[in-house]
Design a binder for this molecule. Structure first.
Ligand code: P1T
Length: 383
């Protein structure tokens, strides 16, 4: 077929072909480290599985397809994918990053890469003037996470891309919370899109995996070199599971979005809840941008208990029964988290509270169960 497929077909067919050996419709799990050569260099494109593996390759083709990009790369985790991006840089280079972001990303930036001479500026990117203010001749990368984890702020990718292009700075977007179904940063002007595929892409809480997708051939060569030279790749089994997850991404995301919408409204109307952070509310400060750059508002939301009551927040997460109290997100089952003590504990308290990550904040990853059961669970837990 010549025409470009629609997204809901790309998730299933994008970059995929029946396997050459026996016509297997799903790519086999090529559980091998190496490949026979007939003469030195005489092989079928695969020499050693750190460099290439057919199952990983099938996943990487799928990733490129669903992000509307040319080149996909799969890694052992989301953080391994980010690590590869940062290795494009040199000591002395500066990075401007979202100030509200996954705690592990902050830890990678400050505890690992600052030690290698990179300098990070964390700014609120809802106002792009905060980005422009930090740009120097050493700025080489802008790191955007949108929607942000866990405050659900939305950053205008096109506006940031314009700034990045003017100053010839690379723009990378962490697309984990939205998933490729809701938002495609490369089409909005980003140079690199990154995923913790552990979340919505794989979708079943059974794999840890990271992804990068780019359009530019030079950038792809440099990332491919780092992927092979540093070696933070994922294995064939995890590649297979992620590829299988992607095939239902669109149907899962529809239900995640529907359920989250109902729960956001339920929480908003609950007198024991002070504030609900969900970009679908018209009064959300970045609602218009969310509406223009995302197809829907996603399956994530967070909320604060009345009066910022920390003890009430802890009671709620302890009482939940259908929502599991756990790290991570984006799986078919609903999860609840307490960012201050879990996913964002590695950000100093004063720093995380600047972006609203207070002790009374609860984060929900709304799954695809029957929403009536989810609301009943929240009702009994909030009391
Ligand atoms: O866990 P890993 O696959 O290495 O991905 C890291 C990561 C990167 N970016 C975002 C936006 C993320 O949310 C994560 C991982 N986040 C969690 C585990 C969490 O519960 O928020």
């Amino acid at each position: 077929m010549k025409e470009k497929l629609h997204f809901n077909s790309q998730t299933i067919h994008g970059g995929q072909h029946p396997d050459k050996a026996y016509g297997a419709v799903m790519p086999p799990i090529y559980q091998t480290s190496t490949y026979a050569q007939t003469t030195p260099g005489g092989h079928q494109g695969f020499e050693y599985s750190r460099t290439h593996n057919p199952t990983r390759k099938a996943l990487e083709n799928s990733l490129a397809s669903i992000e509307g990009g040319n080149f996909g790369f799969a890694f052992g985790s989301g953080l391994a994918a980010m690590d590869a991006v940062l290795k494009l840089l040199q000591p002395g280079d500066e990075i401007i990053s979202t100030n509200d972001l996954y705690g592990g990303s902050y830890r990678l930036f400050t505890k690992i890469f600052e030690g290698f001479g990179l300098k990070f500026h964390f700014v609120g990117m809802e106002d792009t003037a905060n980005i422009s203010r930090c740009i120097t001749s050493n700025t080489k990368l802008i790191w955007v996470e949108t929607p942000t984890n866990p405050m659900m702020n939305i950053i205008d990718i096109q506006a940031v891309a314009k700034i990045a292009k003017t100053h010839k700075i690379l723009l990378a977007v962490d697309n984990t919370f939205a998933s490729s179904y809701l938002q495609q940063p490369l089409t909005l002007g980003a140079d690199i899109v990154m995923h913790s595929a552990t979340k919505y892409l794989a979708g079943h809480s059974d794999v840890v995996l990271g992804a990068l997708v780019v359009n530019d051939t030079d950038l792809a060569e440099r990332i491919g070199f780092i992927q092979n030279a540093s070696g933070a790749i994922c294995g064939p089994m995890d590649s297979f599971l992620t590829l299988r997850g992607i095939k239902t991404l669109h149907v899962r995301m529809q239900r995640h979005c529907e359920n989250a919408r109902e729960i956001a409204h339920f929480l908003k109307n609950n007198p024991k809840i002070e504030n609900v952070f969900w970009p679908g509310f018209e009064e959300h400060p970045n609602h218009q941008i969310a509406k223009s750059q995302m197809h829907d508002f996603g399956g994530m939301l967070s909320f604060v208990t009345k009066g910022g009551d920390y003890k009430a927040a802890i009671k709620i997460v302890e009482r939940l029964q259908l929502f599991t109290l756990a790290e991570s997100l984006g799986g078919v089952e609903s999860l609840a988290g307490h960012p201050a003590s879990m996913t964002h504990a590695s950000i100093p308290k004063a720093e995380r509270e600047k972006s609203g990550v207070v002790d009374a904040l609860i984060r929900l990853s709304v799954g695809i169960e029957d929403v009536r059961d989810l609301i009943a669970d929240l009702e009994q837990a909030i009391g």
